[in-house]
Design a protein. Sequence first.
Length: 235
Amino acid sequence: MKVTVEDEFWQVFPKAQISILVVKGLDNSVDESKDPYFKSLLDKGSKRAEDFIPDENFTQNEVIQEWRQAFSKFKTKKGARSSIEALLKRVSQGRELHPINPLVDIYNSVSLSYAVPCGGEDLDKIVGGLHLGKAKGGEAFFPLGAESDAPALPEEIIYYDEEGAVCRCLNWREAQRTMLTEETKDAILVIESINEEQASRAQAAMTELQTLIEDYFGVKGEITHLTAENPSMEI
C-alpha cells in the first residue's frame, strides 16, 4: 500500500509535516483490568496539555489560533475544528477523558501531551492507497456516531482511499469504515503539523507514541515523516 500526500495539500501548507507510524500484529482488545493504566496515561496527558492553554480565553491560546487559521485556508464543514482543539477544550473545561481502546487511548494521551492532532486508521479497512489532498466533492463518508452519509465538500482537505473519505477536514472527523476497533491488527497512526515549531513537537510526540506502543503491545512500529520534499511512502 502507498500513502501519498498530494501536491494540492502542499500548496496550502508548504511547511507542513505529516508524521506516520505503522504498527502491525497488534492485539487491541480491551482488557478492563488495564483501565487504570490507560486512565493514568490520559490524566497525565491532560496535565501536560495545560501548558499549551495558559490563556483563560481559550480561543486566544497559540495552538488554538494556529489550527483555526489553518482551517480557514480550505473549505470546511461549518464548525469543524482540529481534533487537538476538541481535546484541549475538554481539558480547559476540567472534563476527564476515559479509556476507549488501547491504541486510541495511547494516541490521545500523546496528542494531549504535545498539543498535536493525532489520529489512526485500521490498515486492513483501507482500499487501495491512502491519500491526503483536496476533495472533488461527494466522496462517501459515514461519520463515527452518525446515522447517515455526510459526503465531503469540494476543495475540503481530506484523507481518502478508493472507497471514499477516511477522515474529513484533516483530522476533524473519523469515518466508521476505517476506525480503530478492538479487532484492529494493523494500524496507521498520523500526527499533523503545519509549521516548524509544530513539526518539532510532532517528532517528539511520534517517538513517545512509538515507545508507548512498543511497551504495551510488544510491537515496534516504523516512523516516517512526510514533507513537500518527501510526499509519499510504501507500507
